[in-house]
Design a protein. Structure first.
Length: 667
């Protein structure tokens, strides 16, 4: 007899376990302390009783915790668990037809005395086998119960009621259930990645350390950056991100505005990593030494700021790897190394690694050693440059290997590519991901895109990090130079996502000059030359940035992506959305005028019942940007926004309550 299962007596079926990522192929993602609520659809043939439990443990090690899943009807079972420590976890749903539960359920429905006596004999046999699986104390209790059932079943004076009372003992039944016969149980297992809080809620500021000098024309240092830390802390940033800080190649060095001919004084692109003095594990001497770097990291930590480094796995032509490991690079027919290209763009100053090299194992190991090295220097956040241009399996291995030893390390994927690939990188392990927010401008585009991110299947694994601009991208709306555009995009990024960032000095000072018409490249881009920023300018956005970041810190609803809901408003230039934190009751309503020139007004509709607000009572909305307060009544209210004053409302909804002293106050 062929093609038979290894065990044909497994009658339970686990049809699905939700939520999942591609049927369990990839892990769910959660934050430490967050409740993981699961729903399983389980059933079996016939009328026997099913039992379903949820088991979980940290990365297959340590204590196994078990939670009984609760039947909700229609073959739906629910349970939850709450891992409190970052790391990788495994959890399983286990289901089986339970002979003891089936016996108890069947006995409850029996009425005839002889049927009950027969059933007690069956139960006694079940208790005997359960006692054989139990430790000594429980075994003694189960055997005593078994003996009592046998005695009662043989007592001619016992009636049906007394027999059932002896048998249906819930306290003793709980002991028997602890030692169920699971020989024919079925199991479905899954993985879970639990990250620390900053993976869900972070506020990034990007700057080039070499442009941080107080004096124009002077090369900045880590000490110069350290002097800026109090200002960044006051503005509310908790992640300070640097482009690569390594030695910069001299061969094929780019000049200002990405020119191919570099002048002797040109500093080159930081992404052209490596020169005679070192590579990915070294620091550009002009920035300072490791002692200065460690001092910077420590000073930032004291202010609640983490330093994030760029992880760019590529080399300048004069990187030591090129000479030491020529097999790691792809050769053209003429014997030269293939430089990086993304036609029509060419990066003559960068050699990509060949991930199809025969020596791939050594390459992978060396690249991981770079990450390990910088973790050793105190770095726990990496912004990964163009991960979609490297082997995807490599990232799954690298991130898994790193986080097994350092569960608090965060990886941000800087990938602007096809949606499937961006989602794939998130599934493979990236903690956060760049998005298309930079190019989503209309009400419909924003609504569709963030409905997909925050309410679609990707919400289980894709954590968006929104950037209105980057050193590579000056979007067309920002090229207008209009203050309301910069303000509106800032508010959108900061309130739509728990994670957002700005390419700092350019955004503070509303830098808007493109290299040429139709280009998204900055004129005089900081990628290729030193810049000096007059950050004290009176027209700076720093006060608005600080206010927005303070609002984020003070309102839990803005610190995650769950609970985003778009609200109807009868003006295509106005977009409105709610975020709600159930645990705290915090509700924030954001309204943004997408027209940077004209006043726009409209009627906004709210589903008050779902927010616990009486539609017949007044409730207060407090604008956290202007500190103005308004009394609203009912689900439909009027809003008007003048972009020249402020293009957005960020409104905290407050209920009107009656106190014990008979006066009104707001919650």
């Amino acid at each position: 007899m062929t093609d038979m299962p290894a065990e044909g007596r497994c009658r339970a079926v686990i049809d699905s376990v939700l939520p999942d990522v591609d049927g369990g192929r990839y892990p769910l993602k959660r934050i430490a302390g967050e409740r993981v609520a699961l729903e399983a659809r389980c059933y079996a043939d016939g009328h026997d009783r099913l039992r379903v439990v949820l088991c979980w443990q940290a990365d297959g090690r340590g204590e196994v915790y078990e939670v009984e899943m609760t039947p909700e009807g229609n073959d739906v079972w629910r349970a939850a668990f709450q891992p409190r420590v970052p790391g990788r976890y495994r959890y399983s749903v286990i289901a089986w037809v339970d002979a003891f539960d089936s016996w108890m359920h069947d006995l409850e429905r029996r009425e005839e005395l002889q049927d009950i006596r027969t059933a007690l004999a069956v139960g006694a046999a079940l208790l005997q086998t359960a006692a054989g699986r139990a430790p000594r104390g429980d075994a003694e209790l189960l055997n005593a119960w078994r003996a009592r059932l046998c005695d009662a079943a043989g007592d001619p004076h016992s009636d049906a009621g007394s027999l059932k009372m002896i048998a249906l003992d819930s306290a003793r039944a709980d002991v028997a259930r602890r030692h169920a016969d699971r020989r024919f149980a079925v199991r479905r297992s899954y993985e879970l990645v639990v990250d620390r809080r900053r993976a869900e809620f972070s506020t990034w500021y990007e700057l080039f350390p070499r442009s941080s000098a107080a004096q124009d024309g002077k090369h900045g240092t880590f000490n110069d950056v350290e002097r800026q830390l109090p200002r960044l802390a006051r503005m509310g940033f908790d992640v300070l991100y640097f482009p690569p800080i390594h030695p910069i190649g001299r061969v094929n060095r780019k000049g200002s505005n990405n020119s191919l001919a570099a002048a002797p004084a040109d500093v080159g692109s930081p992404w052209a990593i490596g020169a005679a003095e070192g590579g990915h594990k070294d620091i550009l001497a002009a920035l300072g030494g490791f002692e200065d770097f460690h001092a910077l990291v420590a000073s930032a930590a004291r202010l609640g700021i983490e330093i994030a480094l760029d992880l760019a796995f590529q080399c300048a032509p004069d990187h030591p790897y090129v000479a030491e490991h020529p097999q790691w690079f792809r050769r053209r027919p003429d014997g030269s190394v293939q430089y990086a290209e993304n036609p029509p763009k060419r990066y003559q100053d960068i050699y990509p690694f060949d991930f199809e090299t025969e020596d791939w194992r050594a390459l992978w190991a060396e690249l991981k050693s770079i990450v390990d090295f910088w973790i050793g220097q105190g770095i726990k956040i990496f912004r990964v440059d163009n991960p979609h241009t490297k082997a995807l399996g490599f990232w799954q291995w690298l991130i898994g290997a790193v986080q097994r030893d350092h569960a608090d390390v965060i990886f941000l994927a800087e990938a602007f590519t096809r949606p499937t690939v961006m989602r794939g990188l998130a599934k493979l392990g990236f903690s956060q991901s760049y998005t298309y927010f930079t190019w989503r401008n209309s009400k419909q585009e924003l609504t569709d895109y963030f409905s997909e991110l925050c309410t679609g299947p990707s919400r289980e694994y894709y954590r968006p990090n929104l950037w209105p601009n980057t050193p590579d991208i000056l979007p067309e709306p920002l090229q207008s130079g209009l203050r309301p555009v910069f303000a509106a995009r800032l508010v959108l990024a900061a309130t739509l996502s728990g994670n957002y960032g700005i390419y700092g000095p350019t955004y503070e000072l509303m830098e808007s000059a493109a290299r040429e018409p139709g280009s998204e490249e900055y004129l005089d881009s900081e990628k290729y030359q030193l810049r000096h920023w007059s950050l004290g300018r009176p027209d700076s956005l720093r006060s608005l940035i600080a206010r927005v970041n303070r609002v984020r810190r003070e309102n839990p609803a803005l610190q995650a992506n769950q609970g985003l809901r778009f609200c109807p408003i009868d003006n295509e230039h106005l977009i409105a959305y709610l975020k709600r934190d159930v645990a705290s009751g915090n509700v924030v309503l954001t309204v943004v005028n997408l027209d940077p020139v004209y006043v726009q007004s409209g009627w906004l509709e709210l589903e008050l019942e779902s927010l616990g607000i009486d539609p017949r009572a007044d409730y207060q909305v407090h604008d956290l940007l202007s500190d103005q307060r308004y009394l609203w009544r009912g689900p439909r209210n009027y809003v008007s926004l003048d972009p020249q004053r402020m293009p957005a409302h960020v409104l905290r909804l407050r209920h009107r309550l009656r106190s014990e002293h008979d006066f009104d106050y707001f919650l």
